[in-house]
Design a protein around this ligand. Structure first.
Ligand SMILES: C[S@@+](CC[C@H](N)C(=O)[O-])C[C@H]1O[C@@H](n2cnc3c(N)ncnc32)[C@H](O)[C@@H]1O
Length: 275
């Protein structure tokens, strides 16, 4: 039987690709998506804000859960001193391998390990800061990651979480019904497409205090960037049956007849909290 993950006919959802990065051709999607996101100025801007909120000191011990290609681990490693440490934990052995290959010579305070964020191989109360960015939306039980973050943080330690809320995605179009059909399909391709709005409640339930919520708008302009950010063409291609209104809507976006420039936005919900 053909493995659907290997099929080129029906593209896997971005959510499924991130849940199983090491399966089939998913790693290519995952790497391309992460690299594309970092080309967006608004994306890099929120990353800086999240880093600044971690209250890092030279000797901070930090973990980045769902570390991907390791961008944030390297940024944290460059911020803390040689006596500090930052470990990136990711379920994907291939991403961990790629992240390790990116560590510049001389940056000795960073490391990467293969593991699941909901079952950390880290000592209780051993860390000053924990962060996770666009991880919880992919997991079956995201609250287990918060429980683990609470366990490994020292009392007073800092947690920062960032997740989109796909119910707040916008895309310029004159055709509301088809746009809604698309944004619903995009949102429902993730395990927890609405997790952004739930973060403060989840953090409080896990026992965290001083929970503060802020938001960042990630924007993409022009069809190529919008398609890369929201996987528009492939999300439409995955719909079964495919509504004619949506294929027309997509063609309109593609041929530039839509208002120019096409802009898409995703709101990133960002919480900080203390153990
Ligand atoms: C959208 S990427 C985010 C990567 C990185 N945080 C960033 O900001 O570039 C989600 C990451 O979570 C990882 N992941 C998925 N499930 C995981 C789990 N249970 N434990 C740890 N990492 C996981 C994926 O392999 C992927 O690297």
């Amino acid at each position: 039987m053909r493995n659907p993950k290997e099929s080129t006919d029906v593209p896997v959802s971005r959510g499924d690709a991130f849940r199983q990065a090491d399966q089939g051709r998913n790693i290519h999607d995952v790497v391309d998506t992460i690299e594309l996101q970092y080309t967006l100025p608004s994306f890099r801007a929120y990353k800086k804000a999240v880093l600044a909120d971690l209250d890092l000191r030279p000797d901070s011990a930090v973990a980045d859960l769902g570390s991907g290609l390791g961008h944030d681990v390297l940024a944290i490693g460059a911020t803390i001193g040689p006596t500090g440490s930052c470990v990136g934990v990711d379920l994907s052995a291939r991403l961990v391998e790629l992240a390790r290959a990116r560590v510049p010579d001389g940056l000795t305070n960073v490391s990467f390990t293969v593991g699941s964020a909901d079952d950390l191989d880290l000592e209780e109360s051993s860390l000053d800061a924990v962060k996770a960015d666009r991880l919880l939306m992919h997991l079956d039980e995201p609250s287990r990651v918060l429980a683990e973050a609470y366990r490994v943080l020292r009392p007073g330690g800092r947690m920062a979480l960032v997740e989109p809320d796909c119910g707040t995605v916008t895309i310029t179009s004159a055709v509301r019904a088809a746009t809604r059909r698309f944004t619903d399909a995009w949102c429902d391709g993730f395990r927890h497409g609405w997790i952004g709005r739930d973060l403060p409640r989840m953090a409080r339930q896990a026992g965290f205090r001083d929970v503060a919520l802020s938001g960042h708008l990630v924007t993409a302009e022009g069809f190529a960037a919008v398609d890369a950010l929201l996987d528009v063409s492939r999300t439409v291609a995955r719909l079964e049956p495919q509504p004619a209104s949506l294929t027309t809507w997509l063609a309109t976006l593609q041929d530039g007849a839509a208002p120019d420039p096409i802009t898409a936005t995703v709101t990133m919900f960002h919480i900080t909290a203390r153990r």
